[in-house]
Write a protein that binds this ligand. Structure first.
Ligand code: FE2
Length: 414
């Protein structure tokens, strides 16, 4: 496959890229625009690595309103609604919804997904339905599965045994939810147990950590310390960490030293948390998004994610990761030019680091020929215009081709 007239990130030049047997074999700077024979003319648009969705709950997608709507909009009513919907899960129901959501995500340029799957279910119905999809969907995307204990590890009957079973069935990553455990002590114990389990099974870790507006919720320091002392470091991810929004600055300053030393990754879900948090506030209302800008500025890896697509916690969602970037830039005061030029990192390279797939990810000779072409010339235009994905290519095969919308103007004011 030969691609011409592509712009790459952080360069004004145009490039020709070639791939054979699904791998990039040549990336060459052009002198100017070309008209040579090719398989794909990028027409001077931005070509970059595919989007990475490092935190979504595919088992719950497309269930909003079933069996009832989350009327308060809070996270905790969301968990209650989900506990009811969970009883209605079947293998077919889960597989059908996951396929539909995967198709939506693929259509918007996503080729790498980490999904949390609730394993606080004695039957593990959702997990058993999703594990075989890893292989089915492999031609289109990489799927990592987190064994996610939605109702707790120590606070749910046989919680530990269910987590271990989930690994036997095929989960790739170990999850946790310390702030939802019955007691602080359970939360702390669960974090230490998760890290030990990851060491035993050589797995990655991704914890829903402190997803609560309680400034006293401080499991992040426990997780980061365990990651540091165990040596797991960047194999560990803390998702959400919204309590950090409410921590006092003196504590946060001390905490950041540990976070940096530990090497752990962060995932923030801006639309989800701006919607779910601040629910117990009158005015002023907290935004409830973790300190994305400050973490990034400290050299800590932060990725952005959607968390939900039409589920009991968040009834909107459309598979477009650029929407998360837009929200984060606004809500986290990242509106400077340098912020814009780094912003695509949040949904590309940084997510790849979270998923530990860096060696197979990126526009480089020798790496898989996976890429997208966006309807914009550079990062800033792509972000400002919320640009459509014109092509998504995987292993040199076109998965998605989209024609830009044609608008006929009845006025001419220029
Ligand atoms: Fe989540």
């Amino acid at each position: 496959m030969k691609i011409i007239n592509a712009r790459l990130r952080h360069s004004d030049a145009l490039y020709t890229l070639e791939c054979e047997q699904g791998v990039f074999t040549r990336i060459q700077q052009q002198v100017g625009p070309e008209q040579s024979k090719c398989d794909l003319d990028a027409q001077q648009k931005l070509l970059c690595a595919p989007f990475v969705e490092p935190h979504i709950h595919l088992d719950a997608v497309l269930t909003a309103g079933e069996p009832r709507w989350n009327k308060s909009g809070t996270l905790f009513e969301g968990i209650e609604c989900w506990a009811e919907r969970k009883q209605m899960l079947t293998h077919e129901d889960v597989q059908q919804r996951v396929r539909k959501a995967a198709e939506l995500l693929i259509s918007h340029g996503v080729q790498h997904i980490r999904t949390h799957v609730d394993v606080t279910d004695p039957e593990l119905t959702a997990l058993k339905a999703i594990v075989p999809l890893k292989e089915t969907l492999a031609p289109y995307l990489d799927l990592q599965i987190v064994a996610f204990p939605q109702e707790g590890i120590l606070s749910y009957p046989n919680g530990k045994a269910l987590m271990e079973q989930a690994l036997d069935i095929g989960a790739d990553v170990i999850g946790g939810i310390p702030h939802f455990e019955f007691t602080r002590e359970y939360g702390v114990e669960s974090m230490r147990w998760v890290i030990e389990l990851a060491q035993q099974h050589n797995k990655l870790v991704d914890v829903h950590c402190d997803e609560i507006d309680d400034e006293q919720s401080r499991f992040l320091e426990v997780l980061a310390t365990a990651a540091l002392e165990s040596g797991l470091g960047d194999r560990v991810t803390a998702s959400h960490t919204v309590a950090m929004h409410s921590y006092n600055n003196a504590y946060c300053s001390k905490l950041f030293r540990l976070l940096k030393m530990s090497g752990i990754n962060f995932v923030s879900c801006p639309t989800e948390n701006i919607h779910l948090q601040g629910r117990f506030d009158t005015f002023p209302k907290r935004r409830g998004i973790t300190r994305v800008k400050e973490l990034r500025n400290a050299g800590i890896n932060v990725a952005l994610a959607q968390d939900s697509i039409q589920d009991p916690w968040y009834s909107l969602g459309n598979g477009k990761l650029l929407r998360q970037v837009d929200f984060a830039l606004h809500a986290c005061h990242m509106m400077g030019y340098d912020d814009f030029s780094q912003a695509l990192d949040f949904i590309t390279d940084n997510g790849a680091k979270v998923m530990h797939i860096q060696d197979q990810y990126g526009i480089e000779v020798g790496k898989p020929a996976n890429f997208i072409v966006l309807n914009g010339r550079d990062d800033v235009e792509v972000i400002r215009e919320q640009a459509d994905v014109l092509y998504s290519v995987r292993r040199g095969e076109v998965l998605v081709e989209r024609q830009p919308a044609m608008v006929k103007m009845g006025v001419n004011l220029a």
